[in-house]
Every structure is written in structure tokens, then in C-alpha cells.
Write a protein that binds this ligand. Structure first.
Ligand code: NAD
Length: 335
């Protein structure tokens, strides 16, 4: 049998250690992948003088699926975000960020099961590279919402709801103030909702969503929203289930899909072997599901669940004292 190749971007900061943990677990679960390693971010800047080399883009295009560590984009200096560039380059229009409660994570909430579907190529982030300083005291940036973009992300959310047997989609917007952009998104999402009468549709303004997520998270099932709101809401959702160390994300396009943690490179804890590897391991589970490798996905999910429930070998962010390596090995022992 020919081995399936996947592209691996270890990334910056805590990236290489948590990506290595995920690979160790994929191997231990018998996934038999061939890994093509590629550089991006600071490691690429040091080696090749650029943040996102063409060879890396070529390797992602070749294998069509990639597991990616977080990347540091240097602040200022005219650097465009590498993540935004990757999403635009491969047209990864849907960012699927699930949060699920695991017993043993010391969260204030139980039974959380929410998926944020974030439009990944438009909104405020699409114009971020074109931000223009007008003079020393003001700046402007562009936000783009298109009918096509709003329609395909809404379709993605409703199709996912049908496929996964979900009950409700909440359309999150700020159409009362951002009348043209958020207004168009809401209008188009409503049109798409009409095609799915079997799914309950709810509309909510983003500020109300923040309060309701903290007070009544059980009222949410699937959230669909624009780029910036989705980025913020998904971090809030991560806070409901024990923090960023438990939050994965899939960036999905028609051809290519890139799986990663929701969080960044965490420079404050880099090099200490204390990062929680679950975010990238859960992203690897999303990758397995994308490749229809449900058995291995379930095997790894069950091992994470068991390790967290045992509560003995977990990292500091989850109120434990284990290292990244010890946590990873405990999950492997539970496979
Ligand atoms: P961050 O997400 O890296 O860290 C926020 C906080 O969460 C930190 O205290 C960190 O220690 C903690 N944390 C994050 N992941 C953790 C884990 N797995 N285990 C335990 N604790 C964890 O946010 P930041 O510090 O604002 O950003 C650092 C860099 O990452 C920036 O350059 C930013 O641009 C980049 N970034 C990249 C991505 C990506 O590649 N997808 C996403 C967000 C931020």
C-alpha cells in the first residue's frame, strides 16, 4: 500500500514541540503517513530570508493536506501575516473551530459542544495588508464582504449541520452598525438558511453573543460569522473548555486543507517543554476525519479523553504539572 503523504510545518515557538507530539501520536495510532517537512515563519526567515518560501507552498499544494504549527509574524516592518497569506493563497475559505468539553480540564462548564465556522478570506482581514497610514495620527483599513463569500461560508455551515446531525445555526453579525458589510453577510446567510428548513436558525449581534456564550453556552450549536468576529469568538469558546491548549482549527478550501491549533506560537512558554499538545493533536484528529480515517481519529480522541479523565499526567495550563513529553506519552499509553 502506498503511504499517504502529508505536509508538516512545525512552525515557531512552541510549534515544533507540539507538532512533534502530534506526529508521535499519529504514528503510535498506526496512521502510516509519509511526512514532508516544510518551513514557514521565523524558521523560514532565518534559513531562506523569507517567511513563506515557494518550496513550502509547493509542498502544501502537492499533498493537499498539511498539519501546521503556529507561526510568528513579526510585528511591523511591512510583514503581512503568513497565516492570512496561506489562507488567501489556497483559498481556504472555511475555518472550522470546534470546542468540546473533556472531563478533567477544570473548566467552569460541562458538556460544551460548539463549532465556530469563521469566514477565512474576507472581512477586515482581507484588507489588512492594504492598511494605509494616512498621516501620523490616523489610518484606514478595508473590509470586504461579497455575496459569493457569504454564501459559500453559510452553505458550508448548514451542510456541516446536516452532515453532523446538528440542530441549530446561529448567524453572528453586527448589521445594526456595520450596515453594508455585516448587513450583506446577514442578508445572504438568511437566504441560505431558507434552503435548510430542517435546521433551526438564530441571529445574534456579536456583542450579545459574547455575553450569551459565557452565561448560556448550551444555547449554541454551530456559529457562522465573518472573519474578525470568528477569530475573537473562537478564543472565547476555547475559554469555555479549559483554554487555548484544547482548541484546534481546520482551514478548508476546495483543493487544500490546513490543520492547526487556534493559538499562536506562545513565546512566553517556548522552549520549556510545558505547552499543552492537545490543540495540535485535536487538529490532527480533524485531519484524519478529513481523510476519512475515522477509526484512527476515534482511537486518538478516546486516548485524550482517558488521559484527561485520569488527571494525573496533564500540563500546567490544565492545572497539572506534566511536561509536553510526559503528557504525550501518557496519551500514547492510553491508545
Ligand atoms: P498565543 O496564542 O501564542 O498565546 C496566548 C497565551 O496562551 C499565552 O500565555 C500562551 O502561553 C498560552 N498558550 C497558547 N497555546 C498554549 C498551549 N498549547 N499550552 C499552554 N499554553 C498556551 O498568543 P500571542 O502570544 O498573542 O501570539 C504569539 C504569536 O503567535 C504572534 O506572533 C501571533 O501573530 C502568532 N499567532 C499565530 C497563529 C497561527 O499561526 N495560527 C495564531 C495566533 C497568533
Amino acid at each position: 500500500m502506498t503511504q499517504r503523504s502529508i505536509t508538516v510545518l512545525p512552525g515557531d515557538g512552541i510549534g515544533p514541540s507540539i507538532v512533534a507530539a502530534a506526529i508521535k501520536i499519529l504514528d503510535a495510532a498506526g496512521c502510516q503517513f509519509q511526512y514532508d517537512y516544510a518551513d514557514a515563519g521565523l524558521s523560514a526567515l532565518e534559513k531562506y530570508g523569507e517567511l513563506l518560501p515557494q518550496t513550502t507552498l509547493d509542498l502544501i499544494a502537492k499533498n493537499k493536506v498539511a498539519l501546521k504549527g503556529p507561526l510568528t509574524t513579526p510585528i511591523g516592518g511591512g510583514f503581512t501575516s503568513i497565516n492570512v497569506t496561506l489562507r488567501k493563497h489556497f483559498n481556504l475559505y472555511a475555518n472550522l473551530r470546534p470546542v468540546v468539553s473533556f472531563a478533567g480540564t477544570q473548566s467552569r462548564f460541562e458538556n460544551i459542544d460548539i463549532i465556530t465556522i469563521r469566514e477565512n478570506t474576507e472581512g477586515m482581514y482581507s484588507g489588512a495588508g492594504q492598511t494605509r497610514a494616512l498621516d501620523n495620527s490616523s489610518a484606514e483599513a478595508m473590509s470586504i464582504i461579497t455575496h459569493e463569500g457569504a454564501e459559500r461560508i453559510s452553505e458550508f455551515a448548514y451542510q456541516l449541520a446536516v452532515k453532523e446531525g446538528r440542530k441549530k445555526v446561529t448567524i453572528v453579525h453586527k448589521a445594526n452598525i456595520l450596515k453594508s458589510t455585516s448587513g450583506l453577510f446577514l442578508e445572504v446567510a438568511r437566504e441560505v438558511a431558507l434552503r435548510y428548513p430542517q435546521i433551526e436558525t438564530n441571529e445574534m449581534i456579536v456583542d450579545a453573543v459574547c455575553m450569551n456564550l459565557v452565561m448560556y453556552p448550551e444555547r449554541f450549536d454551530i456559529i457562522v460569522t465573518t472573519n474578525l468576529f470568528g477569530d475573537i469568538i473562537s478564543d472565547l469558546c476555547a475559554g469555555l473548555i479549559g483554554g487555548l491548549g484544547m482548541a484546534p482549527g481546520a482551514n478548508i478550501g476546495k483543493e487544500v486543507a490546513i490543520f492547526e491549533a487556534v493559538h499562536g506560537s506562545a513565546p512566553d512558554i517556548a522552549g520549556q517543554n510545558i505547552a499543552n499538545p492537545c490543540s495540535v493533536i485535536l487538529a490532527a484528529i480533524q485531519l484524519l476525519e478529513h481523510l476519512n480515517m475515522q477509526d484512527q481519529a476515534e482511537l486518538i480522541r478516546a486516548a485524550i479523553k482517558k488521559t484527561l479523565a485520569q488527571g494525573k499526567t496533564i500540563t500546567q495550563d490544565l492545572s497539572g504539572s506534566a511536561s509536553t513529553t510526559e503528557f504525550t506519552d501518557a496519551i500514547i499509553a492510553n491508545l
